[in-house]
Design a protein around this ligand. Structure first.
Ligand code: TGC
Ligand code: FAD
Length: 392
């Protein structure tokens, strides 16, 4: 079992910007990750298995739907608290944060924002406790960065809907009880619908052979003439803005989460640089190592400031999708570069499971791709600042 010696780093005294409640939430999440995640995550990642026992713990620290109001069973926290929880979870593992992100922003959020009152009452309290788990089906085999081309259909058959098509790369699919699925209706409009495990014609085959997010379960969603009750359609949204609205919330959480992975890599590299002796002195005493560490903490600090400000804007409902894209893109790239540099500082030890570095690095290769790739987010920023759409 790995020992977790993590100590957080706060170079610009960002703690002074947090409320006492936000700090308590962070301490609870951090303590849970140290006790229940760090000791086993490496084994589960090596075995490519999601530790299902984490579900209860995530719920207990408020990690499922942090900002969903208490009347629907959620913790009713603010957006910065949501971000802080995602940071602490991803400090443990990006796959753990993925499970919480999907449940919170891609399953609970659409039901809360676009669902009927009956749907909210039926699903949200169970999703908040983790007694029901969900997944989100947007990406298809032939439509990833361009989801508007999706070919999954939701046909009106009078007393029910008939769903046909397939989704791939779906986090949590292999064990999810429900799936929020996006498909086109008879008029060609994108709609969201809730499918439940056990519906005839609905299967969720697991995706094997991943070198990334190995402690997270990924799968497909296959719909073969699935009859879905009329009341399962999300009534209050139509068009691509439905799923993209959910992505705003998830991408925001990832911007915070990536800081957690970066902090873990930096912390491990800093400690190693003080302990590892070569040429008669700690490697941290060499200028080239100091350059790496100094640049890491500089980039982490910039990301912390950017993300905290984004959280303030989000609390005030003023954060734009483009600002969220910028933060997701910057922070995930920052974390990936730090993981690579931290790996260098650990020398050969950096490729082993004794340190979290290689696992974070491989995980971040997914994080930089899902929820919009690095280049797609650059194009979103480019469109925002120039007014020209490079997608079409
Ligand atoms: P476009 O014509 O620009 O927009 C269509 C409609 O959507 C509106 N819109 C948004 N609404 C809310 N939030 C946003 N971020 C929005 N972006 C656009 C837009 O105003 C328009 O509305 P209306 O009313 O005029 O119809 O759409 P497009 O087809 O040109 O595509 C734009 C593009 C490329 C930016 C978008 O499709 C995109 O973001 N692509 C990336 C796909 C993506 O991120 N997929 C993620 C799948 S889920 C996932 O990865 C989960 S991983 C989870 C985990 O494990 O953590
Ligand atoms: P593509 O869209 O085929 O892109 C391939 C390359 O082309 C990329 O480098 C991209 O940047 C580039 N490219 C594409 N268009 C342009 C352009 N216009 N200009 C320049 N370059 C371009 N999806 C879900 O719906 N739900 C989930 O839960 C989910 N979980 C995931 C979990 C994992 C582990 C992974 C890896 C993916 C997950 N995804 C999920 C899918 C993810 O969102 C997609 O992989 C992502 O959106 C990219 O789509 P794609 O893989 O089809 O790549």
């Amino acid at each position: 079992m790995a020992t977790d010696n993590f100590q957080s780093h706060d170079y610009f005294l960002m703690d002074e910007l947090l409320s006492d409640e936000q700090k308590l939430i962070r301490e609870a999440a951090r303590a849970w990750v140290k006790k229940e995640v760090s000791p086993i995550v490496e084994d589960y990642a090596q075995r490519a298995e999601f530790p299902k026992q984490w579900i209860k713990g995530i719920a207990e620290i408020g990690g499922f739907g942090p900002y969903i109001p208490a009347e629907y069973g959620g913790p009713g926290l603010d957006q910065i608290s949501y971000g802080i929880i995602m940071q602490e979870l991803e400090r443990g593992d990006s796959g753990l944060r993925s499970t919480a992100s999907v449940q919170s922003s891609l399953v609970m959020y659409p039901i809360y924002a676009y669902g009927s009152e009956e749907q909210r009452k039926k699903y949200l309290p169970k999703l908040a406790t983790g007694s029901m788990m969900g997944c989100f089906g947007l990406t298809e085999p032939d439509f990833g960065s361009n989801p508007s081309g999706m070919i999954t259909t939701i046909k009106d058959k009078g007393d029910h809907f008939l769903v046909n098509g397939a989704k791939m790369w779906i986090s949590n699919a292999p064990f999810a009880d429900i799936a929020v699925v996006w498909g086109k209706d008879d008029a060609g409009d994108i709609r969201g619908i809730i499918l439940e495990r056990g519906m005839e014609g609905f299967t969720t085959p697991e995706t094997h052979g991943k070198w990334s997010l190995r402690a997270s379960a990924t799968g497909e969603l296959v719909f073969d003439n699935v009859r879905v009750p009329k009341e399962n359609l999300l009534p209050n949204v139509k068009g691509l803005k439905g799923p993209l609205g959910c992505l705003n919330s998830a991408r925001y959480g990832i911007a915070w989460g990536a800081i957690g992975a970066a902090l873990d890599c930096y912390d491990s590299a800093l400690r190693y640089s003080k302990e590892r002796i070569q040429f008669g002195k700690p490697i941290g005493a060499f200028q080239l190592t100091q350059k790496k560490l100094a640049e890491m903490i500089t980039e982490i600090t910039k990301a912390q400031l950017l993300t905290w400000r984004l959280g303030v804007l989000k609390n005030e409902n003023r954060a734009t999708p483009s600002q969220i894209s910028m933060a997701k893109r910057n922070n995930v790239n920052m974390a990936l570069q730090i993981a690579r540099e931290a790996r260098q500082i650990h020398g050969g030890m950096g490729i082993t499971g004794e340190y979290p570095i290689m696992r974070h690095m491989m995980n971040l290769e997914s994080v930089i791709t899902y929820e919009g790739t690095h280049d797609i987010h650059l194009l979103i920023t480019g469109m925002d600042v120039t007014g020209f759409n490079a997608f079409s």
